[in-house]
Ligand binder design. Structure first.
Ligand code: 13P
Ligand code: SF4
Length: 305
């Protein structure tokens, strides 16, 4: 049996030998982040996916992230490290329902959070991520925005773009929805000197209380650069461990111990090892018509962002 360290060394050797680029979302465990070529938020991952020079890209994250890589790089072999890792929010809306909403709102631009399936993206106008949403919505040449599927992210964008008219469809991240204003009160009482950093997928009652609201990369950058030394983190709890490694002299507390994304946690270092050995993972195959239509939606994001 290999130790964690031996397995990491083998992964590093095999990914080089087999020309594999490993992308890891910031919600992955620390042992995976250590062997990745790039780690970051959804926007950063899509930029890296577009630039990667390797023949194979291995996504350690959830399915829509691996699909985004395949949409941008059709000639590459794209692997999802654990085929059960999906994002429940990405499944909340289907093509039939969104088509009906579009028919009822023909003059609205459909803005899709990147956490959507590739099929759904085929009938959306532009994708956004938490770090690019405000800028992109401002840059859209229409004042009417149909924002899907995350109402909380949408409400946060709306606050910063008050000149536009928004419509939302019920949806949101089940992981971030677990955090409430009660958690904020409890955490602030326990750590009165800590800054509260939260993700915009949180309820507005939570974001209202925050010192900083941003994507996973935004939260990590804020904590790294801040002269403050204590932080309550309102996003998936893996971030706490990464920050603790990077900033051993600062203190990080979870806003809620329940903020764990079980889908992000499915991928293990052993999955990654099996993928680079050629015995694991799922190769992402997309219908070419779906890929081309979804590509327009992602490319519009990269252009406007
Ligand atoms: P970001 O990576 O854009 O911060 O989004 C968080 C998330 O929930 C991804 O599924
Ligand atoms: Fe989906 Fe939320 Fe998990 Fe991100 S944290 S993958 S949005 S369920």
């Amino acid at each position: 049996m290999l130790s964690t360290r031996e397995m990491q060394d083998e992964i590093l050797r095999l990914k080089k030998e087999n020309d594999i680029c490993i992308l890891a979302h910031a919600y992955q465990s620390h042992d995976i982040l250590e062997i990745a070529d790039y780690t970051g938020d959804s926007y950063g991952l899509s930029l890296e996916a577009a630039k990667a020079t390797q023949k194979t890209v291995l996504m350690c994250g959830v399915r829509f992230m691996a699909e985004t890589v395949k949409i941008l790089s059709p000639d590459k072999k794209v692997l999802l490290s654990n085929s059960d890792a999906g994002c429940p929010m990405a499944e909340q809306l289907d093509v039939e329902l969104l088509s009906a909403l579009k028919a009822q709102n023909p003059d609205y631009t459909v803005v899709a959070y990147i956490n959507t399936t590739s099929e759904l993206k085929t009938i959306c106008d532009v994708c956004v991520t938490s770090s690019s949403a405000v800028k992109i919505v401002k840059n859209i040449d229409n004042d009417k925005i149909l924002f899907i599927p995350d109402c909380n992210l949408g409400a946060w964008v709306k606050e910063q773009v008050p000149e536009k008219e928004f419509k939302f469809v019920h949806g949101g991240c089940p992981t971030h929805l677990r955090m409430s204003v009660r958690d904020v009160k409890k955490a602030k009482a326990a750590h009165p000197n800590a800054k509260l950093l939260v993700h915009p997928e949180c309820l507005s009652e939570v974001t209202k209380e925050a010192d900083y609201i941003g994507s996973t990369t935004g939260i990590m950058d804020y904590a790294r650069k801040s002269s403050d030394t204590e932080f309550i983190i309102g996003t998936e709890n893996s971030i706490l461990q990464h920050l603790q490694f990077e900033c051993p002299d600062k203190k990080f507390y979870p806003l809620s111990k329940d903020c764990v994304c079980h889908n992000m946690k499915l991928t293990t270092l052993v999955d990654v090892y099996n993928c680079v050995k050629g015995t694991g993972g799922e190769e992402i195959i997309l219908d070419e018509d779906v890929r081309e239509k979804a590509l327009k939606c992602i490319n519009t994001m990269l252009t406007l962002g």
